[in-house]
Write a protein that binds this ligand. Structure first.
Ligand SMILES: [Zn+2]
Length: 475
């Protein structure tokens, strides 16, 4: 039992999915898989005299985010300089929004316990800012890739509003679904497109003021985030129980070692000397409140749960992938059973490693014919799985695969077939004994019996497979 209450706040940095960087026209590379320093100019490398020019697409993405979460957007917002020096920021300041961020004060609804319980997260603000260059540490050297410098970020700062790892993680997942589904950001944590800092403090009672908090950085997955919260809780608890005080500090998480290390303490805390950015005009927004083209994933969760009876796995798979989600609803419109469609998407398709783009480009027609064949034939689950997998593997039509496999001659359910097999086995004890002592050619004899008794209405492959397994099981 925990003896202290945990209070968590999150800062989520999202890399915006725009064509250009935030203050220049250099390409906003999403994956950083090309050689370094390809998309740079005097602005994003901050040469003397270069002036920033705000990219409207970044503002549009922020406005879209505001509409999604129904927050108070600020009719006026402005940019400020956050002054500090670090090798990845040679100009000595970052352009961010400190005094008048673009979005302020709202709550985000999210769900915990398998989407059962609704929660509200209080959010303080969201602001636009530029990312720094990427530092690559190699052979005792540090290299800088300026392709990342000046790429647009939106930072979403929550209040200390979460009381468990589960709440913090589910909220972060909801944000990820929102921005992914509406093309604001790809929000892939492992690619650094979504970076989360966790603030955590513990206290004895709800009525106590918040105790001193620590900040954890370098968290790359939701599982790592959960572990970071749990281990930091234990670390702080241990400090307090040994009569020490938790120090206000920033800690870097090393998930491989299940530990975090101090990066800087409050004593080294930088005074950022924020002041209004003189090269950036004040932003004045006129808002169009039409919400028709918005997609709010959480509003589909109830539908998927209640109307379709979906499991968490199905919901997660569909809500995480915009293209598969649209495809799924297309199938439902065509009259296919929702749960069945989701079963093939969330299971075998996901496991096949085929990306959703590739699937929609090359396999969607085959998938539809598969669903049609499935309706037509009363095939066993194992057979359907074989047809599905082979369709993906060979790109042959499911109807052809059914013919090749002789599945089309099956017109009987599995239990009836098993009963026939049992009957044949009981009627032929001598042959069964011979088979079990090594005379495997007798399999053909059993198969013939079973096929005859079933009126040739079963596929020999399936019958043979079932006879074999029954003979082994009954031994
Ligand atoms: Zn540039």
């Amino acid at each position: 039992m925990p003896t202290y209450l945990t209070t968590i706040g999150l800062e989520i940095h999202l890399k915006l999915k725009t064509a250009c960087k935030i203050f220049c026209r250099c390409q906003n590379e999403q994956n950083f898989d090309s050689p370094p320093n390809q998309h740079i100019c005097p602005v994003c490398t901050w040469q003397p005299g270069a002036l920033p020019l705000l990219n409207q697409e970044c503002v549009d993405k922020a406005v879209l985010f505001w509409r999604l979460i129904n927050a108070d957007i600020q009719p006026f917002s402005s940019f400020d300089r956050k002054n500090y020096f670090y090798p990845d920021l040679p100009m000595g300041f970052q352009i961010t929004q400190f005094y008048q961020p673009i979005i302020q004060w709202w709550t985000v609804n999210y769900r915990i316990k398998w989407f059962e319980e609704e929660k509200k997260a209080e959010i303080h603000e969201a602001h636009l800012e530029n990312d720094t260059a990427k530092m690559i540490h190699e052979n005792w050297q540090t290299l800088l890739d300026f392709d990342r410098a000046g790429t647009p970020l939106i930072e979403i700062v929550s209040e200390p509003t979460f009381s468990s790892a589960q709440e913090a993680v589910e909220y972060a997942k909801e944000i990820q679904r929102l921005v992914r589904r509406n093309d604001i950001s790809d929000a892939d944590m492992e690619k650094g497109q979504m970076r989360i800092d966790v603030n955590l403090s513990i206290r004895k009672n709800e009525s106590d003021p918040l105790w001193i908090r620590t900040e954890m950085k370098n968290i790359n997955t939701f599982n790592a985030m959960k572990r970071a919260i749990e281990t930091e809780y234990l670390r702080q608890k241990e400090i307090i129980e040994s009569w020490w005080e938790v120090q206000q500090e920033t800690r870097r998480r090393d998930d491989m070692k299940w530990e975090s290390f101090m990066m800087r303490s409050k004593a080294d805390a930088v005074d950022y000397r924020y002041f209004p950015e003189p090269d950036m005009p004040i932003l004045q927004l006129h808002l169009d409140e039409d919400q028709s083209d918005l997609f709010i994933p959480s509003s589909y969760i109830q539908k998927c749960k209640q109307e379709f009876g979906f499991s968490k796995e199905y919901i997660n798979t569909l809500l995480n992938d915009k293209q598969l989600f649209d495809f799924f609803f297309e199938m439902v419109k065509k009259g296919f059973e929702p749960k069945n469609v989701a079963k093939w998407i969330a299971g075998p398709l996901m496991k096949s490693g085929i990306s959703s783009e590739e699937f929609l480009r090359e396999y969607s027609q085959l998938f539809i014919s598969f669903l049609e064949e499935e309706k037509k034939w009363n095939l066993m689950d194992n057979q359907l799985k074989i047809v599905f997998d082979e369709t993906l593997e060979t790109k042959l039509s499911p109807a052809e695969i059914i013919k090749i496999k002789w599945f089309d001659v099956l017109a009987m359910d599995e239990d009836a077939l098993k009963a026939i097999i049992q009957e044949v086995i009981s009627d032929n004890p001598v042959q069964v004994e011979q088979y079990r002592t090594g005379k495997e050619t007798l399999l053909a004899f059993f198969l013939g019996q079973v096929m005859r008794k079933s009126g040739w209405k079963v596929s020999p492959q399936v019958a043979q497979w079932l006879i074999k397994s029954t003979l082994v099981q009954n031994q």
